[in-house]
Design a protein. Structure first.
Length: 474
């Protein structure tokens, strides 16, 4: 009898335990269901960049799984209907950990089981289940280092191969992928993204191989340099499950075993993969993470509201070139380097004193790797309100981060081309450059590039003053 395999954030055929188990039972009906926020209960709906990625990832999956069916509507209703229509006796899926997904999936599992359907979920998108890593007293971890230390004691099994053969159950009432209307049309702001990204399992595999061959060596230091190609850019692939963390883990272990000089960079890379695991650990144990300050004392912080400043930040017009470069990289590619995410995030919450939720929402809409766990945990980390967060008084300096992490100015020149002719010495703070230097580089402040929207020193002091309210509250 048929097993329905419900695909969600596991858009691959290899190392897919739900699909693997289903094919062992017999014929399979693979299905992807696009839900509206009302139908899924998700208060953090897919952003535009994520929808673009999802479309292409689903297209790639359809090539690997020709029997894949697309549907629109509520999974809670559609899956029992599919069971009825096809006479399926089992429904398998791989687990998601977002609070709305847990609620929806638990209710569905219960109702299927009541109807004597074999409903099973599997671990596929994490290395360690959030409940498997426990402190000595049996609770969740609040600090990353001991979490990672404990997690390393749990062995990671080898990834599963792709099923050798799949028999599909025919179903002809599904939608076409284009009916899901995931791509932007008017305007098509994602034009050219196909040249930057290759969503889907094949693209993820190529990315991983390229990174292990050329990016991993030196990763420990160079991962902080947005001007260098030493990060993996696997984050959107991991989010949508084009590749599993187990596949990344195993390939990295093999690469470092083959070449011992890579061992410390390999370990560092896996420790970053573990930050993703930690974010999921936090989200699972603190499902309010996307909405509420993890440290409630931060409720007392005197946030500002300014649509105008928010817009300048979003569009990369703050007058601080390193911040603006990051925000423009994000808009043009759906990605921003981690070092610059930290800086641009810190600038929003500390220099502008705008709530981290504004940043979380903008990133969720514009990042191809937007991920509820990583995004909310990281924003709270930047704001100082999160678990194991950066201490509040650590305020990233938007000028000095430039020469430190983009020493030749390559990154800033690429994304802020109107400053390209400035000498590197003045590139990160054009407002401090002599008039003759600006004129020679064709820069007219206030016309071709903005003056800074806040004064660094004063903004820093105002942020620290605001923090006094948090200290009094907590
Ligand atoms: P690599 O350096 O190659 O790392 C490999 C993988 O490890 C990444 O793909 C990612 O899955 C994981 N990873 C690396 N750094 C982190 C980190 N600090 N926290 C959690 N996981 C990490 N990451 C997302 O995947 N989705 C988000 O929505 C997201 N929002 C962020 C918001 C802010 C304000 C900040 C500061 C960081 C955010 N991150 C987010 C974390 C991090 O910036 C990205 O995971 C990383 O830049 C992805 O690039 P990469 O794949 O080249 O990373």
């Amino acid at each position: 009898m048929t097993t329905i395999v419900w695909f969600r954030q596991d858009l691959r055929v290899s190392d897919n335990p739900a699909l693997h188990e289903a094919t062992r039972r017999g014929p399979v009906l693979p299905v992807y269901i696009l839900e509206t926020p009302d139908q899924s209960g998700d208060e953090h709906p897919l952003g535009g960049a994520s929808r673009w990625w999802l479309h292409h990832s689903l297209a790639a999956l359809k090539e690997d799984l020709p029997g894949l069916v697309f549907l629109r509507g509520s999974a809670r209703h559609l899956i029992p209907e599919l069971v009825q229509e096809t006479g399926a006796d089992a429904v398998y899926w791989n687990r998601c950990y977002e609070p709305h997904a847990i609620e929806r999936d638990s209710a569905l599992k219960e109702s299927l089981k009541t109807d004597l359907i074999d409903a099973k979920s599997f671990k596929a998108s994490l290395l360690f289940e959030p409940w498997d890593v426990e402190t000595k007293t049996g609770g969740p971890y609040k600090v990353y280092s001991p979490f990672w230390k404990a997690a390393q004691k749990i062995s990671v099994p080898d990834p599963l191969p792709a099923p050798a053969e799949i028999n599909f159950t025919a179903y002809d009432r599904g939608d076409n992928l284009s009916d899901l209307e995931l791509l932007p049309t008017k305007p098509n702001w994602a034009e050219g993204w196909e040249d930057i990204w290759q969503p889907g399992a094949a693209g993820a595999k190529d990315r991983l191989i390229e990174f292990l061959d050329h990016g991993l060596s030196g990763y420990g230091d160079k991962r902080n340099r947005p001007d260098l190609p030493n990060v993996s850019r696997l984050s959107p692939h991991l989010h949508f499950g084009d590749i599993s963390p187990k596949q990344v883990w195993s390939a990295t272990q093999h690469a470092t075993a083959r070449k011992s000089s890579l061992s410390s960079d390999g370990h560092k890379f896996l420790s970053e993969i573990a930050w993703r695991e930690f974010s999921y650990h936090l989200l699972y144990h603190y499902p309010q993470l996307p909405e509420k300050n993890w440290r409630p004392a931060f409720d007392a912080y005197p946030w500002r509201e300014s649509e105008e400043d928010l817009k300048k930040w979003q569009t990369g017009l703050t007058g601080y070139p390193m911040v603006d470069a990051g925000m423009r990289e994000l808009w043009h590619t759906g990605y921003m380097h981690n070092r610059v995410r930290m800086l641009a995030g810190s600038f929003l919450v500390k220099h502008l004193r705008l709530h981290w939720k504004h940043g979380e929402a903008w990133f969720r809409d514009t990042l191809v790797d937007a991920d509820l766990a990583n995004n909310s945990a990281s924003w709270q980390w930047v704001a100082g309100s999160g678990a194991d967060a950066a201490p509040y008084f650590r305020i990233f300096n938007p000028i000095s981060q430039g020469p430190k992490f983009d020493p030749d100015g390559k990154y800033v020149r690429r994304w802020v081309p109107e400053l390209a002719k400035l000498p590197t010495k003045h590139l990160f703070s054009p407002f401090e450059a002599p008039a003759s230097v600006l004129s020679e580089a064709g820069v007219r402040l206030g016309e071709t590039y903005p003056y800074p929207i806040v004064d660094h020193g004063k903004a820093r002091q105002a942020a620290l003053d605001g923090y006094e309210d948090v200290k009094s509250a907590g």
